[in-house]
Structures are given as C-alpha cells and as structure tokens.
Write a protein that binds this ligand. Structure first.
Ligand code: G
Ligand code: MN
Length: 228
C-alpha cells in the first residue's frame, strides 16, 4: 500500500555564480498518513524484506518525467542494498537509459562493508555512464570510508556543516579544507540544506560550486524554479 502512495519531489541543485540549475535531486515522498517521512517508508520496506522492489519503484518513478529537451542532471538516492540489485545495472531500465545524466547518491551514513564487491559494482555503474556522489558527508558519526572507497565525482556536504556556517569558524575551516581537497581530486562539491543568504554567501566564498536548500526552492512535484 505504501508503494502505491509514493511520489517523487524534485529539489534543485544550483550553480549560484552562473545562476543556472545544475540538476534536481529526486526525493521520496508518501501520501500515506502513517508514513510521514521517507525514512518511515524505507523502514517499513526493510521490515517486510521489500527494499529491492522499493528501490526499483523509486528509480522508475524518478526517471519517468525527465524532459529530454533539458539537460539537467538527475540525482537519485540509493540504499546500500540497491548496489547488489541486478535491476540497477540493467541497461534497459528507465534510469540506465539516461545514465549520462544521472548521479547516484550513496550516503556516508551507512557502511559499504557488507556490500560484496562494492568497488567493482560501482565501477560497472560508471562504465554505464552513471556518476557517483557521496551524500551527507560530515553528518553525525559518519566518517570518510565511502568517500575513500567510492572516489566519487561529486561530494555532498551534510547540512549540519552548513547551518550557521557564517558565524561558526570551525565549520568554515572544515568546509574550506574539504572543498579544497575535493577539488584537488577533481570532484564537484555540493553544499546541502542552505536556508539563508548568509550561509549561501559564506559557502560561495569558501569555494562550494553547487548549493541546494530551501533558500532556493522547496522540493516540488514539477521541476520547481529557483529564487536567486
Ligand atoms: O539525506 P539526503 O541529503 O538525501 O536528504 C535530503 C533531505 O533534506 C530531503 O528530505 C529534503 O527535503 C531535505 N532538505 C533539503 N534542503 C533542505 C534545507 O534547506 N533545509 C532542511 N531543513 N532540509 C532540507
Ligand atoms: Mn541525498
């Protein structure tokens, strides 16, 4: 029932300097009142042993309305179990067909240790044209293990590093050095959860290429426009 109530909200990721939309992150939403946030849907699927079909449904829903006329990137969140699902690397899936435009986000919050052959699987996804992002970098107790294993094209800094960064010199130092390190390795940096102009200006000064957050747009059904 939960799977039938799912829909996808799209949240813009913006290039502030160029004032261009770089891409949209597909975010899981449910209209089922007992499952108020995406974590509840994922927990329910995990309890029922239905994570794989859930992941497939999310990826299909996310790819469905992508306009061919536009070239923006589509960011899709993966659960670690999705990495072992053969459907993910099926060249005929709707997402694979637009792989060149797709960034697969893998959260730093969960360990890749249990994923058999994680490195090889990720390499195969790259062969298909997908790019890889490490999500939630710097969140909670997360470390840098996915970052070093995946060598991602894109790094997403967690919003806990972003919040009030303009008045928090330690966060400024962390973001400045993570951004410099990532750029040095040829990676693109996205800062998530930007809510104020002060945070935006500080992040741009620190060298973040791309920003995402409620300051620019709320996630929405169509592809929301951006308030610069
Ligand atoms: O784990 P991940 O980074 O994929 O989570 C994205 C979540 O963060 C989404 O549920 C989205 O609604 C939320 N989000 C995106 N931008 C902001 C923001 O500016 N502020 C807050 N509080 N949440 C945000
Ligand atoms: Mn994400």
């Amino acid at each position: 029932r939960a799977m039938q109530s799912m829909w996808i909200a799209y949240h813009p990721i913006v290039d502030v300097r160029a004032q261009k939309i770089f891409g949209y992150e597909a975010l899981l939403r449910s209209s089922e009142p007992s499952l108020p946030h995406p974590g509840a849907v994922i927990d329910a699927a995990m309890r029922l042993g239905r994570l794989e079909p859930l992941g497939r449904a999310i990826r299909e829903l996310a790819a469905e309305p992508i306009p061919a006329a536009d070239s923006f990137a589509l960011f899709v969140n993966l659960h670690v179990t999705d990495l072992t699902d053969p459907a993910l690397s099926d060249p005929e899936s709707p997402l694979s067909k637009i792989a060149q435009r797709v960034v697969l986000e893998i959260t730093e919050r969960s360990s890749l240790d249990e994923v058999k052959d994680a490195r090889r699987r990720v390499a195969a996804l790259r062969e298909m044209g997908f790019r890889i992002a490490v999500d939630d970098l710097g969140a909670g107790y997360a470390g840098l293990s996915s970052f070093t294993l995946l060598e991602p094209e894109i790094v997403k800094l967690d919003m806990s590093l972003v919040r009030d960064i303009h008045v928090t010199s330690t966060k400024q130092k962390v973001v400045r050095s993570m951004t410099a390190l990532s750029k040095d390795m040829g990676m693109i940096v996205v800062a998530e959860g930007v809510e104020t102009r002060e945070e935006r200006d500080c992040l741009v000064d620190l060298g973040c290429d791309l920003l995402q957050g409620f300051l620019f747009a709320k996630p929405g059904r169509a592809f929301p426009g951006v308030a610069w």
